[in-house]
Write a protein of this length. Structure first.
Length: 256
């Protein structure tokens, strides 16, 4: 895994911390109310800034541990992300930028982001691509689902055209191709999985599998997560707490 440096204004470790957190209203997740949000950027600082702005509006913002990894290998891009972290740090429980010394891929980047949180006790760990927007971002339903079981939380995906797609994909066990979820008698020939641009798992499930498999550089790490843990379709929870607008195509970076 790539070595890292942390960036931001805060203690000597580069951690940026907010002030005292208010109590989260409503039922508390028995696993803990704090939530990790992992974001891997590759030349996507502008999109990361938009996403961070959306997360600031969450009712649970004070409980979010936001960990961003920059895979761009570009000093100017790292500086832009450092400013994003510094400008928004006070809204979160924690906000960290990790500058990777090598681009070892999306799975490794998310694992690096998680390791930067240094053993925090968390209710859930969310993976979010820079190419999504979250005009609605309420984690209460997700926390409740996680409290009942090791639910994998997803949300329906809205494209810029207005088309609504499922946040769940289906892998054919015969052809290895992905498609929309299947129903009916053929369903047993598919394994459903959370789409990789937005999903959340309990911390204990993340830790049990040591995060994402770093042998997958860019695609299929979320499919592997389901297969490794033997997660049934019934364990995928489509949350009503989020509105996810997915522009697509920015996992590897795109100029705006």
């Amino acid at each position: 895994m790539a070595r890292r440096s942390t960036s931001g204004s805060g203690d000597s470790g580069g951690r940026v911390k907010a002030g005292p957190k208010p109590m989260l209203p409503g039922a508390l997740n028995p696993l803990g109310t704090d939530i990790a949000v992992l974001v891997v950027s590759y030349r996507s600082a502008s999109q990361v800034e938009d996403l961070v702005g959306d997360l600031c509006q969450s009712p649970q913002a004070a409980f979010l541990h936001l960990s961003i990894v920059d895979n761009s290998l570009d000093a100017a891009e790292a500086d832009r992300l450092s400013r994003v972290v510094g400008d928004h740090a006070s809204r979160f429980a924690e906000c960290i930028l990790t500058v990777a010394s090598a681009n070892e891929g999306y799975a490794a980047g998310n694992n690096l982001a998680y390791s930067a949180l240094r053993g925090q006790r968390l209710g859930m760990v969310f993976v979010m691509n820079p190419d999504i927007r979250l005009p609605k971002c309420d984690f209460a339903d997700a926390l409740a689902a996680a409290g009942r079981s090791d639910a994998v939380v997803v949300a329906d995906e809205e494209r810029e055209s207005g088309e609504i797609l499922s946040g769940i994909g289906a892998l054919s066990l015969l052809s290895g191709r992905s498609s929309a979820p299947r129903r009916g008698v053929m369903r047993h020939l598919y394994r459903e999985y959370p789409k990789g641009h937005f999903f959340g798992v309990t911390q204990r499930l993340w830790d049990r599998g040591s995060g994402l498999d770093e042998r997958f550089f860019l695609y299929c790490e979320e499919v592997d997560l389901v297969l490794r843990h033997g997660l049934p379709a019934s364990q995928l929870h489509v949350s009503s707490g989020f509105r996810v607008i997915h522009t697509g195509g920015l996992t590897t970076g795109s100029a705006r």
